[in-house]
Design a protein around this ligand. Structure first.
Ligand SMILES: [Zn+2]
Ligand SMILES: [Zn+2]
Length: 348
């Protein structure tokens, strides 16, 4: 039997080809990938062949939001068996360094992350993949494999919410409700936020966020967002402000929305320089925090989906077959403002 992979010989072009079947080494399993979501980073690599200065390696395999079924287990694997459905956490840290030992493994300097250019690591757009068992998280019977493939973007939202110390009684503003902002809304809801305000310039996104738990929607193109947020928070501002749009101007204005002593969480990671009035931030003694991927989120995220606290299946991604992966990427890029998630059905 042969494996099938999708490689990218040049930007905006995929080739499907056969390759050798992987076999499970000690402590590892072979997973038959069923679904793989297309992330913003995948879109950048596909469209431009690079993300900023980070060039896609030759014959890159994209994709890191994946889930599938265990097809083979290696020696010493005790927690998984053939037929188990699993979500794969796409980053493999070294396990030995200062950060790994402290549990901050997302900060490991020797992290191998699927479909990342530094260091070049191949992604998940292939039928079979060999993967360490400890990074494969079993899905309960009531969680669909397709939902398993969305645990990765959900993890970004969950980690952001944890960084913002969201909890009961907290008011939250999420600026920008693309996929990451949307996942942040879901995480904040699950973690007990009392009031969730979202802002965006697109009505369809705002409507979707409202359907999934946002209490107040603000269209920044149609109204004065600062005035509206103040009105909704008794003139105080929000305890936690998430910048999830990636727009430099949006990050620059976050201080206006945060409550005294509150927290700004930068999830959107705007490229380039951002002018910021730190003096205004100081007057509020507010914190500004960054987010790099996530850590320790998979078990909690899967449990929240299983208990119905986070309705991932209602996202209803647009799904393309393996053979139409190239079309799927063009679609995801063109429909980015409208479609929350595009996925590849890697195998049946
Ligand atoms: Zn992703
Ligand atoms: Zn490490």
């Amino acid at each position: 039997m042969k494996n099938r992979i999708i490689r990218m010989p040049e930007k905006q072009h995929f080739v499907i080809e056969e390759s050798e079947m992987p076999h499970a080494r000690r402590g590892a399993v072979v997973v038959r990938i069923e679904y793989c979501g297309i992330c913003g980073s995948d879109m950048h690599f596909f469209k431009d062949g690079a993300i900023g200065i980070r060039k896609a390696p030759p014959n890159f395999i994209l994709g890191h939001e994946c889930a599938g079924t265990v097809a083979e287990i290696g020696e010493d694997v005790t927690d998984l068996k053939v037929g188990d459905r699993v979500a794969l956490e796409p980053g493999l840290p070294c396990g030995k360094c200062e950060f790994c030992r402290k549990g901050q493994y997302n900060l490991c300097r020797d992290m191998h992350f699927m479909a990342a250019a530094m260091p070049p690591t191949q992604g998940a757009l292939r039928e079979y993949i060999q993967y360490p068992a400890e990074w494969c998280f079993k899905l309960p019977d009531n969680v669909f494999t397709m939902e398993g493939a969305m645990i990765e973007p959900l993890s970004v939202g969950m980690h952001a919410a944890k960084r913002g110390e969201v909890g009961m009684g907290k008011s939250v503003l999420v600026v920008g409700v693309g996929t990451i902002g949307f996942m942040t809304v879901l995480a904040c809801r699950a973690m007990g936020a009392s009031k969730i305000i979202v802002s965006d310039s697109l009505d369809n996104r705002l409507a979707l966020a409202a359907r999934f738990g946002a209490d107040v929607t603000v269209n920044i193109a149609a109204e004065d967002a600062v005035a509206r947020v103040m009105e909704e928070t008794g003139g105080m501002g929000c305890d936690v402000v998430f910048e999830a749009s990636g727009a430099p101007a949006a990050l620059a204005s976050t201080w206006k929305y945060v409550k005294n002593g509150g927290v700004i969480v930068n999830v959107g990671n705007a490229g380039g320089e951002v002018p910021f009035l730190f003096g205004e931030l100081a007057r509020k003694e507010a914190d500004i925090r960054s987010v790099w991927r996530y850590r320790h989120t998979y078990p909690d995220a899967i449990e929240a989906v299983s208990r119905g606290v986070i309705p991932l299946k209602d996202i209803e991604p647009t799904v393309f077959p393996f053979e139409k992966a190239e079309e799927a990427f063009f679609y995801a890029i063109e429909q980015r403002a409208r479609v929350l998630k595009t996925m590849i059905r890697v195998s049946e």
